[in-house]
Write a protein that binds this ligand. Structure first.
Ligand SMILES: C[S@@+](CC[C@H](N)C(=O)[O-])C[C@H]1O[C@@H](n2cnc3c(N)ncnc32)[C@H](O)[C@@H]1O
Length: 283
């Protein structure tokens, strides 16, 4: 694939991310059981201190940024960046009166700050959406002070039943895709930190499950297949084979439902916390 194609694909990919989260912004905070506890636990794992300067990347509606703002206090600083204006509008509404927080429309891959600007960089429930996660981590490393903290979520290989199903079907169709290629297990998470220059501070794992109520099979299939992460699969299949793939996915979801129309969803979340070394021997 030429660079030019890669650039076009990346732009299309990013447009899909923005469109997806602009659409989801009005209802994103309704699911109180999923993102809020996960964001809070990530911030706690990061061990923020009073007065710290924190960058929350792909902040969305500010779930992690607002918890971080409470922890760094009014003498600290939290900047939340997201590419979706809709999500940021929600974050702004929720943070009135929190003087230490500001919001910025932008790209988490390349935040517009000089090196050594932050004590901590957070990225809650969004690492899987980044176009080039390794490059992003390297960029975040630069933004941190020596001894600074990076904290982000990863999901294991077998997380989320519908995603696993699509991955299996895509592999069978000859177009393998991977929703969580760099965080498939704890060792991969540690390797990811070390490859990008961080020391491993902690990697906590949390296994969870809950019944997914499937009110519409079409809707559930679309939620996973129309996810930006499936863009390469959709492009590779083309319109006709994509329609067939979609039908097959509907049948497979139908076959997994219990008598109440539920599907047991399961996932394993990693809370990945790294530290930029205080002294870089290469400097
Ligand atoms: C699942 S939400 C997570 C939001 C929030 N961090 C949380 O914990 O609830 C993913 C967010 O990542 C944002 N996002 C994905 N890729 C991005 C990028 N390259 N730059 C900025 N934001 C991005 C999306 O717009 C969306 O708001």
């Amino acid at each position: 694939m030429s660079d030019r194609h890669l650039e076009i694909d990346r732009a299309v990919y990013q447009q899909e991310v923005v469109a997806l989260f602009d659409r989801r912004s009005a209802t994103y905070d309704n699911d109180r059981d999923f993102h809020p506890p996960m964001a809070r636990r990530l911030v706690e794992a990061a061990g923020l201190q009073l007065g710290w300067r924190v960058l929350d990347l792909a902040t969305g509606t500010g779930q992690a940024a607002i918890v971080a703002a409470e922890q760094v206090g009014p003498m600290g600083l939290v900047v939340g960046i997201d590419c979706s204006a809709g999500m940021l509008d929600r974050a702004r509404t929720k943070s009135v009166g929190l003087v230490q927080v500001s919001w910025l429309l932008g790209d988490a891959q390349d935040p517009p700050f000089p090196p050594i600007s932050f004590d901590a960089v957070l990225c809650s429930a969004a690492f899987a959406y980044l176009r080039d996660p390794l490059a992003a981590l390297q960029r975040w490393w630069q933004l941190l002070v020596p001894g600074g903290t990076v904290a982000f979520h990863g999901w294991s290989e077998q997380s989320f039943v519908l995603g696993v199903l699509v991955q299996q079907m895509a592999a069978e169709a000859g177009y393998p895709i991977n929703f969580h290629p760099l965080t498939q297990d704890r060792a991969a998470c540690a390797d990811l930190l070390q490859r990008t220059g961080f020391e491993v501070q902690s990697i906590e794992a949390e296994r969870q499950q809950r019944p997914l109520s499937i009110s519409s099979i079409e809707q559930s299939a679309a939620t996973v297949l129309d996810n930006p992460i499936c863009l390469p699969l959709r492009l590779a299949l083309g319109a006709d084979r994509l329609a067939t793939f979609r039908q097959q996915l509907h049948s497979k979801i139908a076959a997994l439902l219990d008598e109440n129309g539920n599907l047991l969803d399961e996932w394993e979340t990693f809370y990945i916390v790294g530290r930029k070394p205080r002294w870089d021997r290469q400097l």
